[in-house]
Design a protein around this ligand. Structure first.
Ligand SMILES: Cc1cc2nc3c(=O)[nH]c(=O)nc-3n(C[C@H](O)[C@H](O)[C@H](O)COP(=O)(O)O)c2cc1C
Ligand code: SF4
Length: 414
């Protein structure tokens, strides 16, 4: 395990994140030098396509293809956005990148922006993450002083400005079109697609939105080549991944592991196994919006795969032990989605509220036969009729729990 490759966390704890000189001494900004001196944006995007890098924000979309589609747009005004909203409970990997190695992220943002032809980039961060925003602000200032940012980066033809935009802290503003609305000063709610942001995004201009962890991989790929990156991790989704381990594991932390690792290996080798005296019940994979993995799923590979029964999502893994109170879990999921529903569409606005009411009655042993029938309807409606994926997310873990543990859930019912 010790010899496994570290891409994102290679500098964590080894350099002072507030010092650009320490980042440079550790080999930082070499990828930017290489890009400016030796590469065309078209060649750089080919390297990213070859790497097989896909989005770490949840959906796993191929990063090279996204950057290429913005690159190909024949307009002069384009934007690049680093998505650091990260408002899902239990997910904090992107903040860890910002706080432990802000320059790796900034170097990735600069290269990605120049690849697509953007002269302005935004880092969209949840406004509650003051510490991360301050560290990033300082790092941007240092990069400007070194002429890694500004009107003529390293005295080349390329220019870029980075603005840190603090959102109000709404989960829906992590969804890329709601995020774009928020930067434009509009209500943070999703837009109809198409058009996709790559064609018509921020201020109606072609825009690439990428997750912070996705972007932090770019300097390594440019420096070492896409083919080298493709050798790491699994064939279906190359590279490493930050996993956030939480719940009944000994080591509750953010860890970097190769994609394709099994859930069991992750819990045992990186999480230090299950906490003494506790017994594995299930794991929630991918944050509050994630599905539940049972004991029989422990050998499942964690990778980005459209066919996967349990999608990897943001990489947050909550290990739940047999002593956990399933009613409190149902209520905490339902409360979160009820609070974060943006209200734009009725099925989600009403459905998340009704689910929360029922979760309270389940906890209090006051569930009726009418409620039991209603749950099925509400989950179906959330799964099939909402405007954006948040509605589906609200039904995911709740639906899995009802399917897997009906005895435990209805045991208090009259
Ligand atoms: C409700 C909701 C919340 C989301 N929150 C985030 C988030 O906090 N960070 C993020 O990177 N992507 C989030 N996404 C996914 C983004 O819409 C988008 O797919 C992602 O930023 C693209 O980057 P990637 O291709 O690098 O993963 C969210 C999506 C939905 C539907
Ligand atoms: S599904 Fe929920 S979050 Fe998405 S648009 Fe509808 S109300 Fe808003």
């Amino acid at each position: 395990m010790e010899t496994e490759i570290k891409i994102i966390t290679q500098n964590w704890g080894r350099i002072n994140p507030q010092s650009i000189d320490e980042y440079i001494a550790a080999g930082g900004y070499q990828a930017l030098f290489k890009f400016i001196k030796e590469m065309d944006p078209e060649i750089a995007v080919e390297e990213i396509k070859t790497s097989g890098l896909c989005g770490r924000g949840g959906a796993g979309f191929p990063t090279g293809l996204k950057l290429e589609s913005v690159q190909k747009e024949k307009v002069t005004e384009k934007y690049f956005i680093c998505n650091l909203d990260e408002s899902e409970p239990g997910t904090y990997k992107d903040r860890m990148i910002a706080e432990n190695d802000p320059h790796m992220l900034i170097e990735g943002i600069i290269i990605a922006s120049l690849i697509v032809g953007a002269k302005k980039a935004f880092i969209y961060i949840n406004g509650n993450y003051k510490k991360s925003a301050e560290i990033l602000e300082r790092a941007v200032g240092q990069a400007k002083q070194k002429v890694f940012l500004g009107p003529a980066i390293l005295h080349s033809r390329y220019g870029l400005e980075i603005e840190i935009f603090e959102g109000a802290g709404a989960y829906i503003c992590g969804e890329e079109t709601a995020l774009i609305n928020s930067i434009e000063g509009k209500r943070g709610e999703p837009r109809m697609r198409p058009p996709f942001p790559t064609q018509s995004g921020l201020f109606g201009k072609p825009t690439a939105v990428n997750n912070a962890e996705t972007i932090a991989n770019i300097p390594w790929i440019i420096e070492n080549g896409g083919a080298e990156f493709a050798k790491v991790g699994s064939k279906k989704s190359p590279g490493t991944k930050l996993f956030i381990l939480d719940g009944a594991v000994k080591n509750r932390d953010v860890v970097e592991a190769p994609l394709g690792i099994t859930l069991k290996e992750l819990i045992d080798n990186y999480g230090g196994g299950i906490y003494a005296g506790k017994e594995f019940w299930f794991a929630q994979v991918g944050g509050s919006s994630g599905r539940l993995a049972l004991e029989k799923d422990l050998e499942m590979k964690l990778e980005y795969d459209r066919e996967a029964k349990i999608p990897l999502g943001s990489g947050a893994i909550l290990v739940v032990d047999k002593m956990a109170d399933i009613h409190e879990l149902l209520l905490s999921w339902a409360s979160f989605f009820r609070r974060e529903s943006c209200g734009k569409c009725v099925p989600c606005r009403e459905g998340t509220f009704r689910l929360w009411e029922i979760a309270k009655r389940l906890r209090d042993g006051e569930i009726s036969d009418r409620d039991k029938a209603a749950i099925e309807d509400i989950l179906w409606t959330l799964n099939n009729t909402t405007f954006c994926p948040l509605g589906k997310f609200a039904a995911t873990a709740f639906g899995d729990a009802l399917q897997y543990f009906p005895k435990e859930i209805y045991k208090l019912s009259k």
